[in-house]
Design a protein around this ligand. Structure first.
Ligand code: FDP
Length: 332
């Protein structure tokens, strides 16, 4: 028996028509889907083609670059530029915002083409994350430094599993799966479960002694109430939280035995990691705050590659930890 599921593009077309919108966003999303499918292909064949190792350079974060970082960044850049709809993009892999179509573009795109790089040599799940903001004709443009609250959409592909989740502003968070002809299909609305039964905690447990004392105490008091899962890829770990509920946390590192390894501002990047996940999480009924308990979506970046601590997931747990963070007065 043949079975036909609604494709992502049909879903989006319906959405745009229902809201009397133009097709520009569809064209942008088509380019992002094309990029994701190419990254998926290069990753699936990565072990065979020798693309899972180091490229021999370092990126803007002073991290060693992988072949896959270079390939994926080039792929995304190509498709975004070809769409003609992007004013400029911010990539994890490039120091400066990438100019594209300054005159006729409508969107700013912030992306991390390969998130969770420690999984790459093993061909295990990684993410391609992106956030989208729109040109604002009413005020002077500063598009590459928009707060998450200004995004109109944010999404992530978990590669190579074929899962794609997209949140649209005030229109929910939706998950799709890739089918046998490489279409993303079968929209399912994601709403974080109320019941604590399935909730999980997700964090790098090896770092626990380096957290601020209020965070350490909260973790010690709560960890036995929930299952513990950690994949080492924000996209993969957050994918689980979106389904099962719970809390993903990457707190600031403030008590490292080697002080040069402290990360008082956190590790994750605001514009293309934390704000993207926070936008999706909020559209699914959850929330996200930084180390001082401030909503991630309210943080206006001062630089494109700014870092932040992140507490992300079910609203009740985010509220609990936010109260602890605010009370302890941990600075941003
Ligand atoms: P990675 O550095 O391996 O690219 O910021 C990226 C990120 O992965 C997230 O995807 C992930 O959640 C986190 O950092 C993993 O960091 P640890 O290896 O320190 O746990």
């Amino acid at each position: 028996m043949l079975q036909f599921e609604q494709t992502f593009m049909d879903f989006l077309l319906e959405h745009q028509e229902r809201h009397n919108r133009t097709y520009h966003f569809l064209i942008l999303m088509n380019s992002i889907l094309n990029a994701a499918k190419r990254i998926q292909h290069y990753y699936l064949t990565g072990a065979l083609r020798g693309n899972l190792g180091l490229a021999g350079s370092t990126n803007v974060q002073k991290e060693e670059t992988l072949h896959m970082d270079v390939i994926a960044n080039d792929v995304v850049k190509h498709y975004l530029r070809a769409s003609g709809r992007v004013i400029h993009a911010v990539s994890e892999e490039e120091e400066e915002p990438i100019p594209m179509n300054a005159d006729e573009g409508r969107y700013f795109v912030y992306y991390d083409p390969i998130d969770g790089s420690s999984n790459v040599p093993h061909n295990l799940p990684i993410g391609f994350l992106f956030g989208v903001a729109k040109r604002d004709l009413g005020r002077p443009e500063n598009g590459h430094l928009r707060a998450g609250r200004d995004y109109i959409a944010a999404g992530m592909f978990v590669i190579p599993t074929g899962a794609f989740t997209l949140a649209l502003r005030n229109a929910g968070c939706w998950r799709f799966h890739i089918d046998e002809v490489m279409n993303y299909v079968k929209p399912t609305r994601m709403i974080l479960p109320e019941s604590r039964k399935t909730w999980e905690l997700s964090f790098n447990s090896a770092n626990r002694d380096t957290f601020a004392s209020a965070v350490r105490t909260w973790v010690a008091e709560n960890e036995n109430s929930y299952a513990f899962r950690y994949m080492g890829s924000l996209a993969g770990d957050f994918h689980r939280i979106l389904t099962n509920g719970g809390l993903f946390l990457y707190p600031a590192i403030v008590n490292h035995p080697d002080p040069s390894k402290n990360r008082p501002k956190g590790k994750l990047r605001l514009m293309y990691e934390a704000a993207v996940a926070a936008f999706m999480c909020c559209e699914a009924g959850g929330d996200a705050v930084d180390e001082s308990g401030i909503p991630i979506l309210d943080i206006r970046p001062e630089t494109p590659h700014q870092r932040t601590a992140l507490f992300l997931g079910s609203k009740q747990l985010v509220d609990e930890i936010a109260a602890v963070l605010k009370k302890s007065g941990i600075p941003a």
